[in-house]
Every structure is written in C-alpha cells, then in structure tokens.
Design a binder for this molecule. Structure first.
Ligand SMILES: [Zn+2]
Ligand SMILES: [Zn+2]
Length: 94
C-alpha cells in the first residue's frame, strides 16, 4: 500500500499505518500517533480512564477535523495549541 498523503503530491512511499478514521494508508511521516485513552465502566455509573493507553493513527486531515468537535477535544489526548487571547492581554507585573 502507498501512503495516500504522499500520493497526493505524486510521491510513492510505502504506508506503515492506516488512519483510524478514514483508513487512508500513511507513511511514517504522515501518520500521527496518538494515545487512545482506554476507559472502563464500573457498575456505579463511573467511567474511569485506565492508566495504559492504546495506540491510534490519524492522518493530518482527520486529526485536524476531529479537533473541531468538542467531543474530539474531550476524548483525544493531543494538546491543542492555545489560541492567543486577544483583546484582554494583561502585562505581567514587574
Ligand atoms: Zn506520506
Ligand atoms: Zn484520516
């Protein structure tokens, strides 16, 4: 299988992973490896995030797209770059 992202730019690289969302083949350069939190349901209506995390590959398209949703932000562990707060900037006291 060829990396889909590379193929878009007329390159041919072997895919090493599949996007978890769109199943596009991805090479090492284009595959984003995420840690997928594993949760366990307990009978007392509690969801606990277990300490070990599974692995999950995403292409850049799906990674960006999933970050749009609040659900994606909540359930995905990647760090979103904080948008610069505009307007109410406070100068640090000296
Ligand atoms: Zn690639
Ligand atoms: Zn994808």
């Amino acid at each position: 299988m060829i990396c889909y992202e590379c193929q878009q730019s007329s390159n041919r690289r072997d895919a090493v992973a599949l996007c978890h969302h769109c199943y596009a083949g991805l090479c090492q350069q284009h595959a984003f490896v995420l840690e997928d939190p594993v949760t366990a349901q307990y009978p007392v209506c509690q969801t606990v995030v277990l300490p070990l995390r599974a692995r999950l590959f995403l292409c850049s398209t799906c990674r960006t797209a999933l970050q749009q949703t609040s659900d994606g932000v909540r359930t995905t562990p990647w760090e979103l770059p904080e948008p610069e707060p505009s307007g109410h900037k406070q100068a640090p006291p000296r």
